[in-house]
Ligand binder design. Structure first.
Ligand code: S3P
Length: 435
């Protein structure tokens, strides 16, 4: 599929932000091992979440959710009710599916094989395999137990104390799931706090999960109670619009129903530090998560530095920060973000290539990038998103900000935001065509 984007004169409108991907995965996985029937309102209907649902169905979980259904139901099998899958479990492009399910299946005395697409089969899995093996699971993978497919024969786990070298909610969640089944307490400490949707949801379902600074502990559980919820909007899917409206000279957007969980709001802090105008309205709670509407206007931006604890709180939005930095006065530095290189693509290289191709001055660092702004002479060109949904959206927003036509070869946006091109077309009064 290819999208053609021209720079519109104005950006206006209201966008109902699509449901949170992280919360949607967790709602299906945790309810699959709960007691009772859960109703999940507005789960994200995207390829990644469909991968999780397909894997859970192969493990014997009854999930009713047809295409286009705004509501799904999950009939929990209880903590010990999963069946051995007859086939390999295909996680598609989804790291969240693979790592969380690895943690869950490490606790089950079943043979499970997890695989994924070419991108996922290149992503680091030793970060979950090592600690799960320390907990007692038999778990193997390609190339010295680092790459999927992963083969698991689980069960008989004991709790561990694990100092994670990376701030990763996927690693933390995998170990928390395993910890539910282990003998004794499991403790995971991170270099900085990653998103805490797992802790919130498991604790609402009755698990004994405690936060202690950057560490989290979980006690073994005897049952989880099913949790019905409505999934809030994903701040990672609001981020393209925050950057588009901040950088466009004549813009105002209302973004409805955004999850403003403080472990996810790094992008708001970064853009505000750059001078953005973002108002937070109608604060409320949905599905155990704080939610608000955001109003964003055109602004005069200046450069900033992003590092430390801010990085995991904005990890998926950092490519968009590079784009905002192209329109900002002065230099923007993103550092201590080597994790960018371990995503659906190497997002340092992907950002340097995509924005560099449009004429931006973006320099790679081993752990991030430096952008010299403001860049004059940016021009639309043809960009290949390289199968990475966030790079596809970055290119779409860039196309709406630079003169000349930008053509994006994208086959990945549907991984997290199936209506992205429609929403871009509406916000930019038609300056987008999709073939
Ligand atoms: C996610 C955690 C993050 C994030 C990903 C979703 C999650 O990954 O980049 O898009 O749902 O737990 P890491 O845990 O690898 O940082």
């Amino acid at each position: 599929m290819a999208a053609r984007v021209d720079r519109p004169d104005r950006i206006r409108g209201r966008i109902a932000i699509p449901p949170d991907k992280s919360v949607s995965h967790r709602a299906f996985i945790f309810n699959a091992i709960a007691d009772g029937i859960a109703t999940i309102e507005r789960p994200l209907d995207s390829l990644d979440v469909r991968s999780t649902v397909a894997c859970l169905r192969s493990l014997g979980v009854e999930i009713t959710w047809s295409e286009g259904d705004p509501v799904a139901t999950v009939t929990g099998r209880g903590l010990h009710g999963l069946f051995e899958s007859e086939d390999v479990l295909d996680c598609g492009n989804s790291g969240t599916s693979m790592r969380l399910l690895a943690g869950l299946l490490a606790a089950h005395p079943l043979l499970s094989i997890l695989t994924g697409d070419v991108s996922l089969r290149r992503r680091p899995m030793a970060r979950v395999i090592g600690p799960l093996r320390n907990m007692g699971a038999q778990i193997f993978a390609r190339t010295g137990d680092t790459l999927a497919p992963i083969v698991i024969k689980g069960g008989g786990l004991r709790g561990i104390t694990f100092q994670s070298p990376v701030a990763s909610a996927q690693v933390k969640s995998a170990l928390l799931l395993a910890g539910l089944y282990a003998e004794g307490r499991t403790r995971i400490d991170e270099p900085a706090r990653s998103r805490d949707h797992t802790e919130r949801m498991l604790s609402a379902m009755g698990a004994d999960v405690r936060q202690d600074g950057t560490a989290v502990t979980i006690e073994p559980a005897t049952r989880l109670a099913a949790m019905s919820l409505r999934v809030p909007g994903d701040i990672s899917s609001a981020a393209p619009w925050l950057v588009l409206a901040s950088c466009h000279p004549d813009a105002e957007l209302l973004l409805e129903g955004v999850n403003t969980n403080p472990t996810r709001t790094g992008i708001l802090e970064i853009l505000r530090a750059m001078g953005a105008s973002i108002e937070v309205l109608e604060e409320r709670t949905t599905g155990g998560e704080p939610v608000a509407d955001l109003v964003v206007h055109s602004a005069k931006l200046h450069g900033t530095t992003v590092s430390g604890a801010l990085v995991p709180r904005a990890i998926d939005e950092l490519p968009l920060v590079a784009l905002a930095a192209c329109f900002a006065e002065g230099e923007t530095v993103v550092k201590e973000a080597a994790e960018l290189r371990a995503k659906e693509s190497d997002r340092v290289d992907a950002v340097v290539q995509a924005l560099g191709h449009l004429g931006a001055r973006v320099h790679p660092r081993p752990d991030g990038f430096i952008v010299e702004g403001p860049v004059t002479g940016l021009r639309g060109r043809r960009i290949d998103a390289g199968g990475d949904h966030r790079i596809g959206m970055l290119a779409g927003v860039a196309g709406a900000l630079v003169p000349g036509e930008t053509r994006i070869d994208d086959d990945a946006v549907a991984v997290s935001y199936p209506n992205f091109w429609d929403d871009l077309r509406r916000a930019s009064s038609g300056a987008v065509a999709v073939q």
